[in-house]
Design a protein around this ligand. Structure first.
Ligand code: SF4
Length: 320
């Protein structure tokens, strides 16, 4: 790909990657804020539907904002979320209800419809982002989402984590990469927007192998993509594995991660909208790596500075 002038990036703005925040701004003409809700779902990888114990890295509590609790109604959580964000970002005007905790399609369709309808009836909520597993959506649900997508902004966000079945097995995901491809393709075929979540640095994956995954991912029908660095969190199976055998893990130091993620997105298709490069968890949950107490937005700024310094951008080496 020839060197573009900054204003000529194919995604229509000057940032060096296809940024989700800019995409939403261009689509809706203003700032859009996601509000997390915890609808009290379980997870099939914990309740025995697929397995017990869950994914080895998972501590869902570490990602749940304080205003989210299944003891409160969806409506109450959303109103509290709106208040919380109004004080932080005065300009937020429209919202997406983010069904984030656990597996948000793991129930009968009638119950799902009731919960999603409740969220969509809150003023200024213009759509839903639904976090789930690729093996936990069926055709009936997808038909329903297809219809809902005609009137609302709907994204189904799949935890894919890796393209490698050996890794998926090692982290006890309980699904295969083929199932992820099925879910993405079925969503795209129905015109439902999708998101895909990947963890960078899972045990057993070399740096070269992870970079190769960027090429594999680029061929998939993904709309939005989220990355985060592998973190060892408290009260997880991975914490035990890490304490017993730290050599199994090749965790990224911050500087290395910044260079690596730039190399990674150079190989990634420019069509994919990137929502996140890193995860931020409260220090009380974190075992390793130690990146200090930098916030996600501070690390994002470091990545953008490095992209400019290297004169690099998403897709620079795509298809090479
Ligand atoms: S990451 Fe998702 S699928 Fe895995 S145990 Fe946690 S909630 Fe369940």
């Amino acid at each position: 790909m020839p060197l573009p002038k900054s204003q000529e990036f194919p995604w229509g703005h000057k940032r060096r990657f296809n940024a989700y925040s800019e995409y939403l701004r261009l689509l809706f003409g203003g700032r859009i804020q996601k509000l997390s809700v915890d609808a009290g779902f379980s997870c099939p990888n914990r309740d025995g539907t697929i397995a017990y114990g869950g994914c080895t890295f998972c501590n869902n509590e570490a990602f749940n904002p304080s205003y989210c609790s299944p003891d409160k109604s969806i409506t109450q959580q959303l109103y509290e979320g709106i208040e919380f964000h109004k004080t932080r970002y005065r300009r937020s005007s429209k919202y997406l209800a983010y069904f984030q905790a656990y597996t948000n399609t793991h129930a009968e369709l009638q119950r799902l419809i009731m919960l999603y309808d409740e969220a969509l009836s809150v003023p200024d909520v213009i759509g839903l982002v639904i976090g789930t597993r690729p093996d936990c959506v069926d055709c009936e649900q997808l038909d329903y989402f297809e219809n809902l997508s005609k009137n609302y902004y709907i994204v189904i966000e799949y935890g894919i984590e890796s393209c490698n079945d050996h890794t998926l097995n090692l982290i006890n995901r309980g699904h295969t990469f083929k199932q992820s491809v099925w879910a993405l393709e079925e969503s795209r075929r129905r015109g439902i927007k999708n998101g895909a979540h990947f963890i960078i640095g899972l045990p057993g994956e070399s740096r070269k192998e992870i970079l190769n995954q960027a090429k594999i991912i680029s061929k998939l029908p993904i709309d939005n993509i989220k990355f985060h660095q592998l973190q060892i969190l408290r009260n997880t199976e991975m914490e035990k594995q890490y304490s017993q055998n730290p050599d199994l893990f090749e965790l990224f130091e911050l500087d290395e991660y910044i260079d690596f993620i730039i190399e990674y997105i150079e190989l990634l298709s420019h069509n994919m909208i990137i929502e996140r490069f890193t995860a931020e968890t409260p220090p009380r949950y974190r075992i390793a790596p130690d990146w200090g107490n930098l916030r996600t937005d501070q690390i994002l700024q470091m990545i953008e500075n490095k992209l400019a310094e290297k004169d690099s951008w998403q897709g620079k080496r795509y298809n090479q």
